[in-house]
Design a protein around this ligand. Sequence first.
Ligand code: ZN
Length: 165
Amino acid sequence: MALLNIVTNPDPVLRGKAKKVTQFDDNLQKLIDDMIETMRDAPGVGLAAPQVNLSQRLFVAEFGDENDEDTLPEVYVFINPKIIYTSSEMDTGVEGCLSIPGKLGEVMRPIDATLEGLDRHGESQRIEAKGWLARIFQHETDHLNGVLFTDHALSVWDQELPEIE
Ligand code: ZN
């Protein structure tokens, strides 16, 4: 496996509408493994293909419940995802992005989102996500459409560096 280079704003690849994935070959499997490794190394909770300079409809995410030790982090791979349902109930949350280093912002999104698409082997999958997972899925799907969280954040600010004591 190999770490991939994460492109940052304002690279134009982040603004394109990514193309559907059609080949489920060994190259795709390697790309997915490399994206997972790159996401963990960053570290981040999600990474979309345009963020590694590939305009393809694919993202990876890893999420566990911080408040529940019994819930181990799970890796998600979504190919050609479509958001088929979002709740009318919305919530605000603080988001960052590996492609916009040093910035955080408050973003309002639906609290639930159901995604349909394919897994890494091209099999159909549907996931009903709630809370932070739903937020991650929506943030990553935005990347496939050339949208960054700063486009619809209520406010954006500079991430403060940790205090050194
Ligand atoms: Zn992002």
